[in-house]
Design a protein around this ligand. Structure first.
Ligand SMILES: Nc1ncnc2c1ncn2[C@@H]1O[C@H](COP(=O)(O)OP(=O)(O)OP(=O)(O)O)[C@@H](O)[C@H]1O
Ligand SMILES: [Mg+2]
Length: 295
């Protein structure tokens, strides 16, 4: 797996548990809301192990054939079902190389695909029709991530799967950790303003009208957007309206209101924005810096 690597903030215990679980040969379920660092953590642990890392996105289209692999249909016609024309899917790739298979959004994967994974987890091998038995090379491990709030639900994840994995729960992180994540993942150097954005994002998770709040991803987007918006308008980043409009764009789609709540997400984000950044300043002071009482 390539791509930019970002260090993991404040997940020492989870990193150690994951590392130990994989070293012990156990398979792992990372369970937590979106944006809580599951993928970031796994990438870091995988890169430290120097084993191949194969990532698959879990969704309804992840059929057993897509996961395991298939015979090249054109070559089957001319050559028949020979092992050398089998195209490995991500599972076989990870099994043959002793690598890590990372399945995101496991709860979205069709039942029959989960059954394939169950077999591999308990047998450490798989029998593919016309190809035969493929054993997992030493080091092979399965890590699956799952979001307990996903509309597709985690209820359908069977106890058979839980019984074959170690579960590492990844909740939302502390305010201090989220401040550090925002400092690391954005160009914004205005620490007090950034910290207020963290406060705003966190407040979406506690609001009584909100069922699911925003992860720190919403904060990363809001800060990035505000920086560009301020540049386009030639105003300071701390401009009150820039902050509000950026927060609206970054957060209103991410929060889910309670079913019975008559309010709109815009209304709730505006309320929370004012709590974090203060009320709209009067027009003479539109750059609307820190509320009174702060340096
Ligand atoms: N502990 C952390 N350390 C560093 N970055 C983090 C951490 N937690 C979250 N982030 C940042 O927040 C964003 C989301 O993190 P990540 O993709 O790892 O979440 P996830 O739990 O895999 O989410 P999903 O369930 O949606 O796949 C990334 O940009 C990541 O850099
Ligand atoms: Mg992820």
């Amino acid at each position: 797996m390539t791509g930019a690597q970002h260090p993991v903030v404040d997940r020492d215990l989870e990193a150690q548990l994951l590392e130990a679980a994989l070293l012990s040969g156990a398979h792992v379920l990372l369970e937590g809301p979106p944006g809580t660092g599951k993928s970031t953590l796994l990438r870091q642990v995988a890169s430290g192990r120097h084993v191949p890392f194969v990532l698959v996105e879990g969704n309804a289209e992840l059929t057993p054939a897509r996961l395991v692999g298939h015979f090249d249909p054109a070559l089957v016609l001319s050559k028949g079902y020979r092992p050398d024309i089998f195209v490995d899917g991500p599972l076989l790739e990870a099994m043959r190389s002793g690598g890590l298979l990372y399945v995101e959004e496991l709860n979205r994967v069709p039942e029959e695909t989960i059954n394939v994974l169950l077999t591999v987890m308990s047998e450490a091998e798989i029998t593919v029709p016309r190809l035969g038995r493929v054993p997992a090379a030493p080091g092979f491990g399965l890590v699956a991530a799952m979001n307990p709030y996903d509309a597709v639900g985690t209820a359908r994840i069977s106890s058979a799967l839980y019984d074959r994995t170690c579960r590492i729960a990844m909740g939302y992180q502390s305010e201090a950790a989220e401040r550090r994540i925002l400092a690391m993942r954005t160009d914004c150097r205005d620490e007090p303003w950034r910290d207020r954005m963290v406060e705003l994002v966190r407040s979406t998770r506690d609001h009584p009208d909100v069922r699911i709040g925003s992860s720190i991803r919403g904060g990363i987007d809001a800060v990035g957007l505000a920086g560009e918006l301020a540049r386009l308008r030639g105003v300071p980043l701390t401009d009150w309206t820039v902050g509000l409009q950026s927060a609206m764009a970054a957060l209103t789609g991410r929060i889910r209101l309670q079913e019975s709540c008559p309010r709109t997400p815009e209304d709730v984000v505006a309320e929370l924005y004012e709590k974090a950044f203060g009320p709209r300043p009067d027009p003479e002071n539109e750059s609307g810096d820190a509320p009174p009482g702060e340096a």
